[in-house]
Write a protein that binds this ligand. Structure first.
Ligand code: ZN
Length: 150
């Protein structure tokens, strides 16, 4: 990766950590799931509003490290307006990207999420980046009220 691209990616992560998007409680949420990454101490509560199989709104609350906060902030932006299957597809691509199989992933297809590709060089931080997505997965499947990465 070129250094200037890396700098840009870091800027996006810092920006989302400083000013998280969709950072509020959603009183009329259709789904509410808590996610916890004990390895780092990241905690978040994800709220979703659904219309049929479409995610019409997403927000979160919680506290975590810069990676986990930027990841969930980016995710809530990106999944709005997506169908459940489109969101699941993004989750699969994101998971492949962060676990080191980037060559199998079209980075353009995941858009802004590519800023988090660098975490695969830091295995301890992968769970920080994927916590938001595991929580989304549980919320969409409506299976659990809380999930843990351990
Ligand atoms: Zn973390």
């Amino acid at each position: 990766m070129f250094d200037d691209l890396r700098d840009l990616y870091q800027e996006v992560i810092f920006d989302h950590n400083r000013n998280p998007r969709n950072f509020h409680v959603m009183e009329d949420a259709d789904r509410k799931v808590e996610g916890f990454n004990p390895l780092c101490g990241d905690r978040l509560t994800l709220f979703l509003k659904l219309d049929g199989d479409k995610i019409t709104d997403a927000s979160f609350q919680g506290s975590g490290c810069a990676i986990s906060t930027a990841s969930v902030s980016l995710m809530t932006e990106i999944v709005k307006g997506k169908t459940e299957s489109e969101a699941e597809d993004l989750f699969q691509k994101f998971h492949q990207m962060t676990t080191g199989k980037e060559e199998e992933v079209n980075l353009e297809a995941i858009g802004k999420l590519a800023v988090l590709a660098g975490v695969r060089e830091y295995p301890a931080r992968v769970k920080c980046a994927t916590l938001a997505w595991h929580t989304l997965d549980a919320a969409l499947k409506n299976e659990q009220e809380s999930i843990s990465t351990e």
